[in-house]
Write a protein that binds this ligand. Sequence first.
Ligand SMILES: [Ca+2]
Ligand SMILES: [Ca+2]
Ligand SMILES: [Ca+2]
Ligand SMILES: [Ca+2]
Length: 350
Amino acid sequence: MSSYGLGFALDVHVSGNHAYLAYGSSGLEILNISNPSSPFLESTYENAYGVYVSGNYAYVAGSRSGLRVINVSDPSTPTLEGLYDTPGNAQDVHVVGDYVYVADGTTGLQVVKKNGPVTNVSIVSPTIITATFPAGLTRGPYHVLVTNPGGQSEEAYLYNGYYVQSTVPVDYYCDGDGDTYMNSVIDGTCTGLGCEPPGCTSTTGSDCNDSDAAINPGTYWYQDYDEDGFGNSSISQQQCDDPSGAITYVLDSNDYDDSDFSVGAPVQISGAAIPYYSSLQSAYDAASDGDTIQVIAVTFNEDLIIDRDISATLECGYDGSFATNAGITTLNGNMTISEGILNLENFLME
Ligand SMILES: [Ca+2]
Ligand SMILES: [Ca+2]
Ligand SMILES: [Ca+2]
Ligand SMILES: [Ca+2]
């Protein structure tokens, strides 16, 4: 029987010819016990409230300083090889396989995965370190051991807000046309944590045309069977890419007769041909005071409500290309006038 030490020992782990004792704020003591009747102190290290030794490493629960990984391949000169600052106060530690289990005070159990070393560490600015990550690690804030850079202590660097950035370039995708869909092709490439420009992401987008806000995966394309540039509102496909093949698709949906090339949209506001309208009501609702609404000589099956404080003109009877208006436009429905003025030309109600 023998004993050693006069402090307040909290934990112990024996590995080979050495006993590792955790003495709280007094630190870790590594005792040589090759002769158990006369152990002697071989080295010490900082804060240690719990300790577990696996292979060449002592895993030390350092209370507020978190989990430390100490290389003890030479027990006379333990060296810090890594640390993980747990959210609570690390009290004890146990290692199984690739996982380190930490009893972390008020935050309970913390499980930390062991990874390979971070290599090629390079300080590029007062707040940024670049490094090569071991396989399986993604970008993010990590604690990395920097061996005494600039003569300062390792801890000073580790706790001064350094972030580790992968040196692997990241492709990013932006929303160039403001339609809320990110570009489906790469906008640029950058390196580092959060290096993407504001509003861009590092994940592929779905906008097949990022310079036109009208085209995105929510776009409706309308069949234009007669290829007059006006689409059939009742035949559409919702997708980003133009579905035109043997049959043409367009963004317009105002063709009055999609089997007649000479007849396109039936209604337009003079001087503002785009957008076109497919009904008298939709054109009237969009008109301003004094506007002339031009209408081709077809029959509209709708009710028309005139209730705005404007004066407008329905200039009816146009041919399909709005060149001349010698025909008659027919309204097969009711018209109600409650406010404003509507002038009518070449107009018939049935
Ligand atoms: Ca876009
Ligand atoms: Ca777009
Ligand atoms: Ca058409
Ligand atoms: Ca047509």
